[in-house]
Design a protein around this ligand. Sequence first.
Ligand code: ZN
Length: 258
Amino acid sequence: MNDLEDQLLAAAAAMATGERIVAVTGAGISAESGVPTFRDAQTGLWSSFNPQELATPDAFERNPRLVWDWYAMRAARVGEVQPNPGHLALHDLETLFPSVIIATQNVDGLHQRAGSSKVITLHGDITRYQCFADCQGRLTPIDLTSLPSWDTAAGPPRCPHCGAYVRPAVVWFGEMLPPGALDAAETACRMADTILVIGTSGEVYPAAALPFINPHAKRIEVNLAETSISRRMHYRLRSSAGAVLPKLVDAVQRLRNP
Ligand SMILES: [Zn+2]
């Protein structure tokens, strides 16, 4: 047996004895579906901008149309891709465990599209929108499809409550995480028997701290590469999420429903 199979079977055995699973996911699992990272999406005319010009509240105030168009382009790309077997395997876990919670740094909504029912979006959701002025309280969601048509060449639409611009419901540089998101993720991790850490470099805080706030949880890393947090994992699966998560779920299923 090779090292990956050893690790997979050991991880499945550790997982199978628990009841509460948390998956902390990052860009790696989305990349397998073809979602480009922020940097990788900066092709063509977008390559000349630095992130501070595209993804901060100041940037939106200075040039709302530029920022709106950047997110509209990326939301359109997300609409063209599909959840991959890694996303689907995480959804399948819900048939095996009473509690499966996903805390994701990804903004593409692919976990939700895969059917996962409890997804905490730590960095927001590129397919959703809110009032830039938070006029009905933080956050004020806006359903774009409910708005009258607007001149897209003139920039973002206006909030139907207050007339401020509508913005994408993502967390920009320097912004706080969505209200309650970090609390919910921390609580889930504290109660977890197993924490899967999937496709994340472990370098973006506060999400990077989540796997370690519960010293009793078994930690399983799924990543193609060694990361800065690999050595703090109980099990390390050096593979893509799409390749290894379905096998892990199969192995757990055989142990829980022999
Ligand atoms: Zn408003």
